[in-house]
Write a protein that binds this ligand. Structure first.
Ligand SMILES: *[C@@H]1O[C@H](CO)[C@@H](O)[C@H](O)[C@H]1NC(C)=O
Ligand SMILES: *[C@@H]1O[C@H](CO)[C@@H](O)[C@H](O)[C@H]1NC(C)=O
Ligand SMILES: *[C@@H]1O[C@H](CO)[C@@H](O)[C@H](O)[C@H]1NC(C)=O
Ligand SMILES: *[C@@H]1O[C@H](CO)[C@@H](O)[C@H](O)[C@H]1NC(C)=O
Length: 410
């Protein structure tokens, strides 16, 4: 058999296997697109109830984004209750994740209660290829996932009626394989889709030593499970109180502590070594509306707390004694990106420079900031996604888009 015939047969087979009529891929790159010096890519998801797509954009050596393509996750998205028009449909940070070590992207499909994984093409990081098939999230309405440093374990949090966590082994050929004794309940009185933002889980992460699994819950606490050597979890979680509506979870380098954006006040600092009833201390951000997301930049040594309502990034410095200050960058202590409505964001380092890649939800687009050192961040690029999506008939809506994760290859 000629190899061309085989290719035709194989592609015919894969299209009959597909359960829906949605295309597997849609090119989003402008005609004749060629980005010189592509060094990586950024990924977010459409999270549409008619079909969830991961949308990739390549990152050039200058840090700039160029839309690349949309790939079907073989799952569907969902919007928490109340129904749209609210932004941030999953009330979460971390719905899309990247493993730099094993070179894969994982995402949640909140409407089909599954998790998908894709390998990243090393020579063309915009190109994703699904590994295996989406697997059950072990609950309902999955909203956030965590990947360990080695890229061998993935854990997910479910926010719906059946809520809690569940973990997997990552296999290069099969994708995600459920790990025994990792389905654990959060015991929240919830609905499917979840009703929020209050009283929903927000993000799941591994502790820095990867011996604990941590979930923030917008009810003034973190839930902490111990991870056993075989990857199984302690039966019950420990509760660490603090904050009003703890949302994003960012490690403070060199400390067993977290910076947590908190739309009830501004942000919280959680000391994970604390035995006190209140492990989290809240710090107000002036004029705060909804500070839900946060990122850390090595270049500035600071955190950026992201407010979707005010369209601002507030730069925060945390001291080694876990005190913190809002960095006063003249004339502002905040970077205004209105009317972008920024949500999930990620920092990528290219050479010596850090860039913040942000899902500009209210603009149905992307925004890039350069860090430039402490107190010196600047808006660098704004990219429209709605127009190019409409041109290829990719369903997308500012109320449903979610997630942001970057990969730098070279
Ligand atoms: C769960 O929430 C529903 C709706 O708010 C409420 O009617 C019900 O009493 C709650 N159940 C428990 C066990 O708290
Ligand atoms: C933070 O600073 C205050 C005074 O500014 C001090 O009382 C407190 O002990 C400090 N907290 C820590 C954890 O060092
Ligand atoms: C979204 O953008 C519109 C203008 O396009 C603006 O009126 C509205 O206030 C913005 N909403 C948020 C949450 O940023
Ligand atoms: C996005 O969703 C909202 C709420 O469901 C709807 O009113 C609006 O028409 C949608 N926009 C687009 C461009 O589909």
């Amino acid at each position: 058999m000629q190899s061309s015939t085989l290719l035709v047969l194989l592609s015919a087979m894969s299209s009959t296997v597909m359960s829906s009529s949605l295309p597997t891929r849609m090119s989003m790159a402008p005609a004749g697109f060629h980005q010189a010096n592509t060094v990586g890519a950024a990924y977010f998801m459409t999270n549409e109830p008619t079909g969830n797509y991961l949308v990739s954009s390549t990152i050039g050596s200058d840090g700039k984004l160029a839309l690349y393509e949309a790939v079907h996750t073989e799952g569907v998205g969902a919007h928490g209750l109340p129904a749209p028009p609210g932004l941030d449909p999953l009330f979460s940070q971390g719905s899309v994740g990247v493993s730099p070590s094993k070179r894969f992207v994982a995402n949640v499909n909140a409407g089909s209660n599954t998790v998908s994984v894709f390998s990243i093409d090393l020579l063309n990081p915009g190109r994703l290829s699904m590994i295996g098939k989406p697997v059950s999230s072990g609950g309902e309405f999955p909203t956030s996932l965590a990947i360990n440093k080695a890229g061998t374990r993935v854990c997910v949090v479910n926010a719906g009626k059946v809520n809690g966590v569940s973990c997997y082994k990552f296999d290069l050929w099969e994708g995600l394989i459920p790990l025994k004794n990792t389905i654990r309940s959060l015991g929240l009185n919830q609905t499917t889709p979840a009703t929020g933002p209050p009283s929903t889980p927000s993000q799941i992460i591994f502790s820095q030593d990867e011996k604990q699994l941590i979930v923030s819950v917008k009810a003034g606490f973190l839930a902490v499970w111990d991870i056993n050597a075989d990857g199984s979890l302690s039966t019950n979680f420990r509760t660490m109180g603090g904050g009003v509506l703890p949302f994003s979870l960012n490690h403070i380098p060199g400390k067993n502590a977290l910076v947590v954006a908190d739309p009830g006040v501004g942000y919280d600092i959680f000391n994970l070594d604390s035995n006190a009833r209140t492990a989290g201390v809240s710090v107000p951000i002036p004029n705060q509306r909804a500070n839900c997301w946060s990122v850390y930049s090595k270049q500035s040594g600071n955190f950026y707390i992201i407010d979707v309502g005010a369209s601002t990034f507030t730069e925060v410095h945390v001291t080694s004694s876990l005190n913190s200050t809002i960095v006063k960058a003249s004339p502002h202590y905040q970077y205004n990106v209105a009317p972008a409505g920024p949500i999930d964001s990620d920092v990528a380092t290219i050479g010596k420079n850090d860039f913040i890649y942000s899902l500009a939800a209210n603009a149905t687009g992307l925004a890039v900031l350069t860090v430039n050192g402490p107190g010196k961040a600047e808006i660098y690029q704004r990219l429209d996604v709605a127009g190019p999506a409409a041109a290829v008939k990719l369903p997308i809506n500012r109320t449903n888009i979610q997630g942001m994760a970057t990969f730098i290859g070279f």
